[in-house]
Design a protein around this ligand. Structure first.
Ligand code: SF4
Ligand code: SF4
Length: 345
């Protein structure tokens, strides 16, 4: 592992140089929250955030709506694929969100690769940052998402008057040497980085799972009929917010929109969410998950059981966004998993 150091007094110049040469996106403060958006000056960029409202996965790689292709039906049918991607940097991605991006990379590359996702992903340089704060609903340490070994070009850790920067890729190394003033980290600085990391992990463990994460898939498999699904789902508003904020929810709907001339049209992909009432409704009018409990249960089974078979990992990184955003306060995976475990004891 290669560690470099950049002084905080040199950091603004590094960011400004990136802005001068790239489209830079990053974390900004907005009305007491943190969101991703364009960084126009170094002062815009915030690196000491706890968690952003929206995830970088959704914001930059899976937009709410996109045109997949444009077609004409006359004089003969013709279709042109639409793939849009420009090089850009995302500055300030926490390791749990990098882990979510790594999971989505696997999902969208396996089987029939998705060129729309993959092109955007190839165009992005990711500069990660270790968290220094934790939201009351985060549990990423228990989901083994406090550290990542891939999926970033550079990874910053704030150690006081300077940042230690882990080099993740050649592109990251070039970025730092071309636009920043860095030197190799000393042993003391590398040790301090580990200290800071373990302090934040300790903070994150103030709440969390009462049992090891590896038990989640079997626990869910045994819990198909539990009354907990009914109890929780009885308060569900079917709003789908938990899906929308989640960095590992990626379901979508595809439809063709025709213009009024019935010649030109577009194939559109839009977000969908398994908690929405019509998510499993098919053309005959049949709804395969008609009850709120069936939809609610599906979300947890999907993340902890079905996707586990694909990823060999639970598709929840413990960001806590769903728990923070749910108006009915029923979406917290920690509460669900711990209650399922308690029910077995
Ligand atoms: S955010 Fe809460 S209320 Fe809304 S769909 Fe999800 S679980 Fe139901
Ligand atoms: S299920 Fe909730 S805690 Fe887990 S990754 Fe999605 S939003 Fe984050």
């Amino acid at each position: 592992m290669e560690l470099q150091v950049i002084e905080k007094s040199d950091h603004d110049l590094f960011v400004q140089n990136l802005i001068n040469n790239y489209q830079v996106e990053g974390v900004k403060r907005k009305n007491g929250s943190f969101i991703y958006g364009p960084i126009k000056s170094p002062e815009d960029l915030c690196l000491d955030f706890d968690c952003t409202k929206t995830s970088p996965t959704k914001m930059y790689f899976l937009p709410p709506e996109e045109t997949l292709l444009r077609f004409t039906t006359a004089p003969s049918f013709e279709a042109t694929q639409v793939i849009e991607s420009n090089p850009f940097i995302i500055f300030g991605v926490h390791p749990y969100d990098i882990k979510a991006i790594n999971q989505m990379d696997q999902i969208f590359a396996d089987g029939l690769p998705d060129p729309h996702y993959l092109k955007r992903r190839e165009a992005a340089l990711i500069i990660g940052v270790d968290p220094t704060k934790v939201t009351p609903r985060s549990f990423w340490a228990d989901m083994e998402a406090d550290a990542v070994s891939k999926g970033f070009d550079l990874l910053f850790t704030d150690i006081g008057i300077r940042f230690v920067v882990e080099i993740g890729t050649e592109k990251g190394r070039d970025l730092l040497s071309q636009y920043g003033t860095a030197r190799p980290a000393t042993k003391d600085e590398a040790r301090e980085r580990l200290n800071i990391r373990s302090q934040v992990v300790h903070l994150c463990r103030q709440r969390g799972l009462t049992f090891p994460k590896r038990e989640i898939p079997n626990l869910l498999e045994r819990s198909t009929e539990t009354l907990l699904w009914e109890e929780k789902a009885s308060k569900c508003l079917n709003c789908g917010t938990c899906n929308l904020v989640c960095p590992t929810c990626y379901c979508f709907d595809i439809r063709d929109d025709m213009e009024l001339d019935f010649v030109h049209g577009e194939r559109i992909r839009r977000w969908d969410g398994c908690l929405l009432q019509d998510f499993a409704k098919v053309a005959t009018g049949e709804n395969f998950r008609e009850t709120r409990a069936a939809r609610y249960r599906h979300r947890f089974h999907r993340k902890g059981l079905y996707l586990f078979r694909v990823l060999d990992d639970v598709a929840c990184v413990g960001c806590g966004r769903c728990a923070s955003a749910c108006l009915a306060d029923i979406a917290d995976p920690v509460d669900v998993f711990n209650r399922l475990k308690e029910g077995e004891q």
